[in-house]
Design a protein around this ligand. Sequence first.
Ligand code: PEP
Length: 248
Amino acid sequence: MARRRIIAGNWKMNKTPSEAVALCAELKDLVKNDAVDVVYCVPAIDIVPVVEAVKGTNVKVGAENFYIEDKGAFTGEISAPMLKDAGVEYIIIGHSERRDIFGENDILINQKVKKAFAAGLSPILCCGESLALRKADTYKAWIERQITWDLDGVTADQVKKLIIAYEPIWAIGTGETATADQAEEVCGLIRELIAKLYDQATADEVRIQYGGSMNAGNAAELLSKPNIDGGLIGGASLKPDFGQIVNA
Ligand code: PEP
C-alpha cells in the first residue's frame, strides 16, 4: 500500500521564539509539497509562535517532550492536553537524547505513547541502537525489545496512526549516516515485527522514518527504500537543506 511520506524536523534545544519565527519564514517556500506531511518539532516555548507562523501552510507542528499527567503539581512539565490545545499534532517520544541524558526508560515511554494517543496527538516513537550494540551485532534484538515494550497495550488501530523513527545513535548528530541498505534492513525488520505483534494490515499502514544525519545529499537514496516512509531530521532541519529533503 502507498504510505504518505512524512518529513519531520527535530529542532532540539535550538531557536529562541523570535529565531523560530524567522526560520519558519525562511523555510516557507522551500518546504511546499502537498504530497508529503511536513512537521516541525520545536522546543515548548516556540510552539505558540510557530503554530501562528505556519498557519495557512502545509506545515504541522510537533513537540519534543511532555509529561504523562494532564495537570497538577509537576513543576516544570507540560502536558499532552496543553500541547493539543496549543495546536500541536505530533509528539516525539523515546528520542535517544531523552533516554540517555534524562533517563527515560521503556516503561515511561510506553505510558507516553498511550497518553499521546489518548490526547489526540500522533506519536513519533524513536528507537535505535548504540555503536556498541551495532558492533556486537545485537542491534536487531535490542530494537525489537524496545518496540515491543514501548507498544505494550497499544491497539492495532493506534499503531496504524503511529510513526516509528529508526535512529541509530551512532548516526545522530555525528555526520555519519547509516547506509541506505543498513537503514532499510532495520526499517524492514520493524515492519515485520509490527506484523508479528499485530497483523499485516497494521504493518502495511504504520509509517517508519529513518533518522541520523539525513541531509540534502543522502535523503533521496534513503527515501527510495521500500520500508523508509520518511525522515526525522535534526541538524539539517534548521537550514534551507530541509526544503531539499522534503522535496527529495
Ligand atoms: C535526531 O536527533 O533526531 C537526528 C536525526 O539528528 P541529526 O539529523 O542531527 O543526526
